[in-house]
Design a protein around this ligand. Structure first.
Ligand code: SF4
Length: 489
């Protein structure tokens, strides 16, 4: 089929703080020099580009300011502009849309987590023409197709827009199915064509790396987690293993990267699928170091060993808390006992673990923080992350905070400090926001600056790709010390 190239679509990760990560789960200017790919926007690009001339622009990665973006838009002359958004940057993103509107008559479509929660607010300002709610790859493509044919938007599912001066909300679009995901061109090709892979850095990954999805959605119920509740839904749908391996093969042959990160909410949900992946990976003779998100209740030792044999390097595990009570309250679905077993198995299998903890979840007190501290000491993650709980609109946790009167601000635009880092925006009678930040910073500092971290760091350096591990550790350490120094001032 001949590809039509009449419509021009401009896909923009709007300017905000440099290195601001709209593609992250907790959107802020990441600690440790982190910069996420604009991953959702890149997938939209992959779908739209099949039919329309497209340009993907990552302003926070390229340090582009608004003027630079507007000049570029004027030059490209798009028919449709697709803008990513996030809760903490929402007002900024709406403003960017307003400014672009002044110098371009393209249709402006806003996507991202706030789209599903605040469509009326977004449309009220006049810059944004259409809001594409939840998972939007095929919604955006349909908007571009319709525009090309001069057709109306009345029956385009998943959008809110203004019609005759009124805001109209069309019904939700069904989430994609596995076949849909299978048909999306490889996002790694989009990275190569539109972005510079050397711009992106994840503190836990070998550099340079790429992030891809082998599946979307998460069936688990964690109350604080944003993507399943504001973007991708609760059903895990997956690409076939041959399709994923084809992409890995393409990456191996075409990109100079040291690691591929599977950003699936939980790649490890199906043991069967993971084992099949590992078997077929080895049968193809691939040599691509990879890492993935993993739940503490989904992997046994046998599977971890298979993963290790198939070049898996690291698991990101959301342990969240050292208190069983808190794990229950946030509907995490596993226990401290399971966390300990998982950590032990990973060490036996030879997989690194990046352990994520959160301070300030429901029920947090000084005593539960102590339990978390003890658990960290016991499970000794190779890389530790401690964040302050951030209740994003659209999540059950947000509603809980709101009902309890724990929110210090109801405005997500106030979630970041002047450096673009996440602030603590909740406070409990038994634990204030300042105490949460202090505890999280102290945990990180104590962990990374203690002598007992030395063997953990050495273990990382003495592995395959030891030199790359050393560079990663050095870069993360520099950025971390800068961050801690800044906080202390
Ligand atoms: S398992 Fe992970 S991705 Fe799924 S809901 Fe819980 S925190 Fe979110």
């Amino acid at each position: 089929m001949e590809v039509r190239r009449e419509m021009k679509v401009y896909l923009l990760n709007p300017p905000y703080f440099p290195h601001f990560g709209r593609g992250a789960r907790w959107q802020d200017t990441g600690r440790g020099g982190t910069l996420y790919y604009p991953i959702w926007l890149s997938y939209v690009t992959a779908v739209v580009e099949q039919e329309h001339e497209s340009k993907l622009v990552d302003a926070p990665a390229w340090n582009w300011d608004l003027k630079r973006v507007i000049d570029d838009v004027k030059e490209f002359k798009p028919d449709v502009i697709v803008m990513d958004s996030s809760f903490p940057s929402l007002n900024n993103d709406i403003k960017v849309a307003e400014e672009i509107k002044k110098s371009c008559d393209g249709l402006i479509v806003l996507i991202g987590p706030p789209a599903s929660k605040f469509p009326d607010y977004i449309l009220a300002n006049g810059g944004v023409d259409i809001v594409a709610r939840f998972e939007c790859d095929f919604t955006v493509k349909e908007i571009a197709d319709r525009r090309e044919k001069g057709e109306g938007l009345e029956d385009v599912k998943g959008i809110s827009y203004r019609r005759d001066g009124e805001t109209t909300h069309n019904p939700n679009r069904e989430f994609t199915c596995s076949e849909d995901l299978e048909g999306i061109p490889f996002v790694s090709k989009i990275y190569k064509k539109h972005l510079n892979i050397r711009d992106y850095f994840l503190g836990q990954s070998l550099y340079p790396e790429v992030q891809i999805f082998t599946g979307r959605g998460c069936p688990n119920q964690c109350t604080f987690c944003t993507w399943p509740q504001t973007l991708m839904g609760r059903k895990y749908r997956v690409r076939s293993i041959p399709n994923v391996l084809d992409e890995l093969e393409w990456i191996q042959d075409n990109l100079d990267v040291k690691e591929v990160f599977f950003e699936d909410d939980t790649f490890t949900i199906s043991k069967e699928r993971v084992l099949k992946f590992c078997k077929e990976y080895r049968e193809r003779g691939l040599d691509v170091t990879w890492a993935c998100n993993a739940r503490a209740d989904t992997l046994d030792l046998e599977t971890m060993k298979e993963m290790k044999k198939s070049d898996c390097r690291l698991l990101i595990a959301g342990y969240e808390s050292g208190s069983d009570e808190i794990l229950k309250k946030i509907k995490k679905g596993f226990t401290i006992k399971q966390i300990k077993q998982f950590a032990k198995n990973a060490k036996i299998a030879g997989l690194l673990v990046h352990g994520d903890f959160i301070i300030g979840l429901p029920g947090e007190t000084k005593e539960t923080i102590e339990l978390t501290r003890k658990l960290i000491k016991e499970v000794k993650p190779d890389i530790l992350q401690v964040a302050v709980a951030s209740p994003f609109p659209g999540t059950e946790f947000y509603e809980w905070c709101k009902e309890g009167g724990y929110l210090l601000t109801d405005d997500p635009n106030e979630y970041l400090d002047e450096a673009g880092h996440q602030k603590a925006i909740i406070s409990y009678p038994e634990l204030t926001n300042e105490e949460m930040v202090k505890e999280a910073d102290a945990m990180l500092k104590r962990y990374y600056m203690s002598l007992s971290y030395v063997p953990l760091a050495m273990k990382q350096v003495l592995r395959r790709h030891g030199l790359d591990e050393m560079r990663r550790l050095w870069y993360s350490a520099r950025m971390f010390l800068g961050y801690v120094g800044g906080r202390e001032k």
